[in-house]
Each structure stands twice: as C-alpha cells, then as structure tokens.
Design a protein around this ligand. Structure first.
Ligand code: SAH
Length: 264
C-alpha cells in the first residue's frame, strides 16, 4: 500500500539534531519536534530533552550501538513508513546533519517509494562543530583552504589516500577510531609527513568531552594510551596547531599570529 491508496495525510520529516547540544538545534528542528506525533531517534541525537521538545509524540529509540545493530536499517525504514501510512506526522531525528553518513538519503528514498511526503531539515554536523568546540577551525587563511570529510567506517582505497595527501588540506574523519591504524599508515605511505598534527575529539559537547593531540607519527600510541573511544571526530592537518591551549599570554599569541602570518 502506498500513501495514495491509504488516503492518509501522514508525512515524514528528517530532522538533523546537531551534535548533542540543545543550543545547536535549529528553530525548524524545534518546531518539527513540537508538531511530531511519532519521533524515531538515534543514539547520537540530542535525546536528553526529547520528552520536553516533543511533548505530543510517541518516542521510539532505534539507536544502534557500534557492533550491536539493535534494529536493522530496513526495519527502521519500515517503521517510518508504517507510522506515516497510519496518518502520523513522523519525525526521524538523527545526530548532526541527516545527509552526512546518517543513511538519511536511504530513508528519504524509502518514503518516495511509498509516495509519502518527506522533507529534510539540515542540522549542524559534528564534522564541523565538534572540532570547533575543541577550538579547531577547519580552514584558516594561508594554512588550509579546503577540508574533506571522510568516513572511517571502512578503510580507504590507495587512490583515495593518494588524493587526500595530494590535496594537502584539512581531513576530518567520522567513525574513524577503529580504522585509525590503517588510515595513519596509509597517509604516511603516500607521503604525508610524520609531524602532521592530528586531533581526536571524543564525545563533543558532553561533560566528558576530551581532546587528544599528537602527530601522525605518534597518534596511534597516544590514542591507545588514552583509550580513545567512539564517538569521536578526528582532524588531520595544520589547523590542529590553532587549537586553543588555554595559554593567553601575549608572547604566545603574538608568536602564533606571526607564525601563521608568515605562511600567508
Ligand atoms: N550525521 C552525523 C554523523 C553520523 S556518523 C553528523 O552530521 O554529525 C556518526 C559519527 O559522527 C560518530 O562515529 C562520530 O565520528 C561523529 N559524531 C557525532 N556526534 C559526535 C559527538 N558529539 N562527538 C564526537 N563525535 C561525534
């Protein structure tokens, strides 16, 4: 049965919930949640305030933990479709932005295939906001004028590694804790220097947020020593040198400003 046959007015809104801080929800996201009758939410979506944000909604946890796929993607899509065909205003709340590695596009296709009206509300992606909350900009004049966001879910191909090294700009990795060894070895093999700075920011915007900074040659040892765990955003690039260390002494800031001005 599709939406026309069921004659219902159900619809679906994919909502990007941002990286976990209530302040980084968009106004459109707050409005969609308020109007929702059913909310299907993820592990990384901002869930603490959900009962207050979606006071009229049935809340369904479809969160998957790494290595433990509680509900399959197919079952999630079926749940979305079922509730919409039953006439509900369904919100699919996802962490960050729905179209960045969140399988949001597959859920949108599942709705299209059943003729269900679906819209997407973009969210603040962790790829940008988590480095920012650790004081790391992804671009900086004279230092990096591009950034590439990659998934570390599966190892990169040799061509991809080569491309990243040639691009010589900021690399942001999501889901990258497990494949950190193959990524660092691959980048080194393709000529990236061992002193390239690397930051790993775990649990951005939570009370236990932590940043580990090392370089390409030492990050594996540092990550193991600190027992770095998912969820984390990795940043590889010169911009990591800009991470604010808390040192506000005038000489320190002047020397940093001078260092970067010299490269402009
Ligand atoms: N659509 C999401 C990303 C989904 S992939 C977005 O746009 O942010 C899930 C990965 O996102 C995690 O493995 C981790 O790499 C990253 N991530 C999401 N939220 C995070 C947070 N609060 N702190 C650190 N990493 C986070």
């Amino acid at each position: 049965m599709n939406a026309a046959e069921s004659g219902t007015s159900g619809r679906v809104t994919l909502v990007g919930g941002g990286p976990g801080a209530a302040g980084l929800l968009t106004i459109a996201a707050v409005q969609a949640l308020f109007e929702a009758e059913v909310v299907l939410f993820d592990r990384l979506a901002p869930t603490d305030d959900l009962p207050a944000l979606a006071p009229h909604a049935l809340l369904i946890d479809v969160g998957k933990r790494p290595g433990n796929h509680a509900i399959s993607q197919g079952d999630i899509e079926q749940l979305i479709v079922q509730h919409a065909l039953a006439g509900s205003r369904v919100v699919r709340l996802k962490g960050g932005d729905p179209y960045i590695f969140g399988r949001g596009s597959e859920e949108v296709l599942a709705c299209h295939m059943r003729g269900i009206p679906v819209t997407v509300i973009s969210g603040v992606t962790s790829a940008i906001s988590v480095p920012a909350t650790a004081g790391i900009p992804l671009t900086h004049r004279g230092m990096s004028h591009a950034f590439t966001v990659i998934s570390g879910h599966a190892p990169l191909t040799e061509r991809e590694l080569q491309g990243l090294v040639l691009l010589d700009s900021t690399i942001v990795v999501l889901m990258g804790v497990g494949t950190l060894p193959t990524l660092t070895q691959g980048l080194l093999r393709h000529g990236m220097t061992t002193d390239m700075p690397v930051a790993i920011i775990e649990r951005g915007f939570s009370a236990t947020q932590r940043t580990t900074i090392a370089d390409l040659g030492t990050i594996l040892g540092e990550a193991a020593r600190a027992s770095v765990a998912s969820p984390a955003v990795l940043v590889i690039g010169e911009v990591v040198r800009l991470a604010f260390t808390g040192d506000t002494s005038a000489e320190h800031l002047i020397s940093r400003a001078g260092e970067f001005a010299a490269t402009v």
